[in-house]
Design a protein around this ligand. Sequence first.
Ligand code: ADP
Length: 662
Amino acid sequence: MADTPQAPADEAARLEALARYQILEAPEQDFDDLARMAAHVCGTPIALVSLLDAERERFKSRVGWDVTEAPRAISFCSHAIQGRELFVVKDAAADPRFAQNPLVLGPPGIRFYAGAQLLTPEGHAIGTLSVIDRAPRELSAHQNEVLVALARQLIHVMELRRRLHELRESNSERTGVQRALKETEERYRDLFEGASDLIQAVSPDGRFLYTNRAWRDTLGYSAADVGALRFFDVIHPQHRGEAADVMQWVLEGGDVDTAQLVLVSKDGRRIVAEGSLSCKRVDGQPVATRAILRDVTERRRTEERLRVSEARTRSILDNMLGGLITLDGAGTLESINPAGERIFGYRPEELVGQHLGVLLPDLPGQDKAAFLKNEFPKALGRVTEWQGRRKNGEAFPFELSMFEFDTEAGRHFAGNVRDVSERHEVERLKKEFVSTVSHELRTPLTSIRGSLSLLASGILGELPSEAQEAVSIADRNALRLIGLINDILDLERFESGRIEMNMGDVELQDVLQRSVEAVKGVAGQQGIALEIRNPGARAWADADRLVQVVVNLLGNAIKFSKAGQSVTLEAEQKPPFVEVRVIDRGRGIPPALREAVFERFKQVETSDSRDKGGTGLGLAICKVIVERHGGEIGVLSEEGRGSTFFFRVPEAAARGGQARAS
Ligand code: ADP
C-alpha cells in the first residue's frame, strides 16, 4: 500500500528490543490503567497500547475498541514510530495518507488520532500509546503533555516487568544449577558410601564432617557416634604427634599422596591406614581436610612377620660356621653367607653376580665351563670334594653338597661349602706319623723275628716243648705285625703318590696265572678249587700292582669260602676297560658294608682279621692301586651265596700305548 511508511532506520534493533518486552504475553493490569487514564485525560472514546512487530500491530491494552491486532500495513502506529514527537492526525478522512484506510472507512471509524511513542531506554520506538476519536478534533497542550508522560510511564512499567522477569529467570536458573549440584553431590556420596576405602572429611577444628560406611565399619563407630567424635579420638595415642604433623601440613596447603595414620577403633584395636590427604578451601581458607585411606593392618602384619622371619634366616645364615651359596640355573652366584665369603677370602658382596667358576682354580688346558657342566651335577644330593681357589690365589680342598629348588624366577641351586684343608692337613700329619712309626718298628721287628728263628732252629740249644710253642706264637705274631706295617707303608706310599707306576701293555692271562700261583698253596690247604676264565684280555697297567690286587682278592675269597667250594677268577674285555672278577661262593657281604669294606680296618665281623688273618688294609690298598690306574673297584654280593669282587682298568687299546706317568 502506497501509504505504508518505510521501516525506520533502527528497525532491526527496534525489533530486537521489542522481542525483549514481548515475552510479557499476559494482559497487564497496569497497561490497562494507563490506557484508561489516557482516554480519560484526552476525552477520547478509544485508547490503545500497541506494540509494532515486523508484520502487525498488537494491542496490549484496549479501551473502547475490542480487537487484538491489525496488519502493520494499515496501522497508524507504523507512522507514529517514525518520529519522536507526538504523532497527531486531526482528521483522517481529510488526510491523503489515511483517507482510504480501512480503519477510517470501516470500524472503528478513525477520524482523530494522537500517538505517543513507547521509547525504550536505548531510544527505540517499539509501539505507541494512542488516543482515537470518531470525529475530527485537537488536543490541548496539557493533554499532549499528559499523553507523552503516560507513554513514558508505560515503557517504564514494561521495563520494570522485563527486569523482574529476567531476575526470576536467572533465579530459577540458579536453583537449577543448585539442583544439579545436589544430584552430583548425592552421586558422589553414594560412591563414597559404597567405597571400600575409608573416606573422611574433617573440619579444621577436628570435627568429622563426613565419614563413609567403610570408615565407620572399620573403626566400629555408628553414624551417631561420629557426631561426638574428634579427629584425634580415632588416632592411636602413640601416633598423635605424627598425625598432627600431617594435618598441619595439609591445612597449610600441602597435598599428601601417601601418608600413614595409625588409628584406633572404638574397641581399642590398632589399625594402620594408608592413603592420601588434601584440604578443601573456600576463598583461600581451609574448610575441611579430606582423606581417602586404606586399611593396611593385615598387610603390615604380614610384612612384619616376613621381616622377622627374614631377619631370623639371615642371622642363621650369617652366623653359620659352614659356607652357604646359592646359584641361579646358569651358575651365577646369587648369594653367599659370611662364612662362605671367609672361606674363599672375599669381602662382603664381592662374589654376588660372579660365576661359580671364580671359586675354582684355573688349570692349564682345562675348559672350566665344560668341567663344571660335567662335575657340578655330581654334587647334587651328596658330598663331593673340589679343589677351590681363594681370592689370594691359594688352592685348597673343599666339600660341596648341593640341592635344587625352584622359585618363580626359575631353577636355583643351594650348596653347603666346607673348607676341608685343615682336616686334610691333620690326616696328612696322622699318616706321616703312622708311617714314621711303622718305619721305626720295621727294623727291630725284623731283628726280633731273626732271633725267634734262631731260637726255634735249636742252634742256640734245644728248647723244651712249651718254650718251642711260645716261640712259634711269638714268631707268628711278629710276622703279622710286619705284614701290617708293610701294608701301612704301602698304602701311604700309594696315596702320597710316592710309588712309581710301571705302566705297559699287560697280558691279563699272565697276571691271573701269577696270582693263582701265589695263593695255590693256601687254597689247597683249605680244600678250595681255583679256576681261571680268560678269553685273552689286555690292559694298560702296572702288571706287578695288578698281581698284588688280584692276590689280595683271591686271598679274601679263599679265606671266606668253605672247604669244597670253588673260587673263579675271570677277565673280560669291556671297552674301554678290562674287567677282572673274583667270584666266591662264601658267606657274602651285607649291603650296608659293600662300600665300607674298601675303607681301612673295616670288617664285616670285628673278629674277621683275628680269626682269618689279615690286616684290614688289603681292600684299601686294592682301591688306591686301581684308582691310580684310572679304574674303579667294587663288589656285588648275595648274602650267604657269595661275593663277586670286580675291578676295571683301562684296556690296552684305549691307551694306545701312550706312556702314562702318574
Ligand atoms: P683283611 O686284610 O682283614 O682281609 P680286607 O681289607 O682285605 O682286610 O677286607 C676287609 C674285610 O672285608 C674283611 O675283614 C671281611 O670282613 C670283608 N671281606 C673281604 N672279602 C670278603 C669276601 N670275599 N667275603 C666276605 N667278606 C669279605
